[in-house]
Design a protein around this ligand. Sequence first.
Ligand code: FAD
Length: 480
Amino acid sequence: MTSPVIFWFRQDLRLSDQAGLSAAQKTKVPILPLYILDDEIAGNWKMGAASRWWLHHSLKRHSEGLEKCGTQLILRRGPSIDVLLELIESTQAQGLYFSRGYQPHEVELEKKLSEILQEKGVECKRFSSALLFEPEAIYNGSGERYKVFTPFWKACLRQEALPQPLPKIKRLRGYKGHIDSDPLESWGLLPTKPDWSGGMTETWTPGEKGAHQRLNDFVENRMAEYGVNRDRPDTDGTSQLSPYLHFGEISPRQCWHAVKAYLAKEQRESCNGAEKFLSELGWREFSYHLLFEWPDFPEKAFRPEFSDFPWDKKEQDLIAWQKGQTGYPIVDAGMRQLWHIGWMHNRVRMIVGSFLIKDLLISWQDGERWFWDTLVDADLASNSAGWQWIAGSGADAAPYFRIFNPVRQSEKFDPDGDYIRTWVPELQNLEAKYIHAPWEAPTAILQKANVELGMTYPKPIVDHSLARNKALEIFQSLKK
Ligand code: FAD
């Protein structure tokens, strides 16, 4: 039997723009596609519950796609290196191909693997797949990593034009030998008791096809207005591509070229919505480059003065925040959206994050952990960068004195209260004038709307202006 090349799928669960698999296909030897569930390797960052739900459905669709190509996706659970070496041995594989990763444990593992395979004389090939620009390509004039986004993105845009995405793979020469594969169901990735995934099932279609439908719909129908609508959680203004990008069901290069193709069709060189959207992909790149350079970014404040922050560890406040019971409607709406569909609008992520850190004085790491478990797009690079940005402790972070006022933010970005009404139904009869701060509403208005503060909806758990002053005092003392 001809010995195969193993293609190890990781966060690249797609068949189009798949450089590694295309290269494996060109070898003309049989291909053995593999996915490993390795719960130990990421240490503290074992995949969260919402991501596991996504992974289950993504793997199911991906297996079906590979079957149509003439191969079977082998599923194995265990330490990655052990599984890989066992399979290489048992199939006498001549090569291992995979897309590179940028998380600290992946970088370490790839180095170790390439050393072991070199010794064994097995070809080990790594491909770029998840980013537009590799970390090795983008340095400032002094040869250092950029710490500020704007010059970083300018440097990216000065690079050579990005090649077109590779076509979808339609046929693969499968490996004919018998290889055991775990039944996907045996991995227990889906929640059972209770099954809280109803809202996610209604909202998402994981997998490559769902990713392209979303991208096409966004580019054709919503991108032109993205510059205006992207901050409005009450509109469907953003792409909602983040989980697809995280699991590699679509590549950023495919997104990039879809935007360029749209502009060419419209005979325009650029438009504000397109530029803004591409620069958001740029923030994703920036986060990955930061994580690659500073592997302890998810755990440790980038600015050392933040390490000694005297956080207030009030368990009941953290729980109220997690459950969307803070008494601040925009915060509660965001946290309930997150719980229900595993995703939250970016503007609201910033509002709830600022509220946790600066109003409740709970550490950004606590917020990061909760997001890690509940987001379907939970991503080590973007999540830690997002939280450090809000805390003011990150590389290119919000200044510490920028403390979001949850009421003003709500009035500005959800002016009619539609977003709040969707996620906080107990306030749905309250008029827009009072929905952002129900405690300011006259009793008669509250009664008319069937709202009883402290009973049907909580009273605010903190006074924002007092909390703001306290936070500023602490942040200022850190500067000294
Ligand atoms: P769009 O507005 O349509 O943007 C397109 C794509 O650009 C996104 O899909 C995403 O891949 C990327 N992107 C957009 N904004 C950012 C950003 N600020 N940083 C990095 N990439 C960005 N994003 C994640 O993918 N995973 C996370 O775990 C994550 N955690 C976050 C935590 C906090 C506290 C904050 C403030 C932001 C976080 N983000 C995270 C970034 C951002 O909120 C989401 O990427 C965005 O809301 C996803 O929605 P979208 O796909 O509709 O974005």
